[in-house]
Design a protein around this ligand. Structure first.
Ligand SMILES: Cc1cc2nc3c(=O)[nH]c(=O)nc-3n(C[C@H](O)[C@H](O)[C@H](O)COP(=O)(O)O)c2cc1C
Length: 201
């Protein structure tokens, strides 16, 4: 089993990374085999370049283009395709995903590679697989602030054929140690319950 762990925060004490590590650890404990884990840090991933944008506009792959983005995209898509399980650690930034995660998305959501465009809309071409999203938000996600993160990730993964998303969220990460401690207790229970009930992994 191949697990792809994507990290987006470069903070030494990143809460989303710690949360994703807990997901990974529990996933490993409950797996039937010893998984192979690949870690991808995307916080310094470059944005797509103009050749990549042109290639997508023309709706076909320009293999002759000497584009760093197209080559990087090929590699990132291959890495995603090879993953049986994906774990993404992400803070909420300005109500949505950090720009580095968006940069990764722009590289892997690619016409002719991970989805096809039809008159009815985009149809994903990847095989479904579990994607665990470890989210850390400074504030509460109880309606007092917009949440464009969870729906966005659900929609964008569905676009490429991946529907099995599970979110584990720590909210109010800046609301003091007591609050954070309670969040950890609660989320650890949810992670344990999920993986110990899900025998398919
Ligand atoms: C640029 C930036 C924007 C942020 N925007 C939000 C936000 O919209 N909502 C929120 O709840 N927290 C926001 N935060 C706080 C982070 O989500 C929070 O500190 C999170 O726990 C950081 O995760 P990490 O520890 O994995 O880096 C923002 C932080 C940064 C640096």
């Amino acid at each position: 089993m191949n697990i792809l762990l994507i990290r987006t925060s470069n903070r030494a004490l990143s809460i989303s990374n710690k949360l994703a590590d807990k997901v990974l650890q529990t996933c490993q404990e409950t797996a039937h085999t010893v998984p192979n884990v690949q870690i991808l840090n995307v916080y310094d991933l470059p944005h797509i370049d103009k050749d990549y944008a042109e290639s997508l506009r023309s709706r076909h792959d320009n293999d002759d283009a000497n584009s760093a983005s197209l080559l990087l995209s090929d590699a990132l898509i291959q890495q995603l395709v090879s993953a049986d399980v994906v774990i993404i650690a992400t803070p909420m930034h300005n109500f949505t995903v950090p720009s580095c995660l968006k940069a990764w998305i722009d590289h892997v959501v690619r016409i002719g590679k991970t989805f096809t465009a039809t008159p009815e809309g985009k149809i994903g071409t990847l095989i479904d697989r579990p994607v665990y999203i470890a989210v850390s938000a400074g504030g509460l996600l109880d309606g007092r602030q917009p949440d464009f993160l969870q729906n966005y990730l659900q929609t964008i993964f569905e676009t490429i054929g991946i529907n099995s998303l599970k979110f584990f969220v720590i909210q109010g990460s800046v609301m003091g140690e007591n609050h954070l401690e309670q969040e950890w207790l609660s989320i650890k229970q949810k992670i344990d319950a999920h993986f110990h009930q899900n025998k398919s992994l």
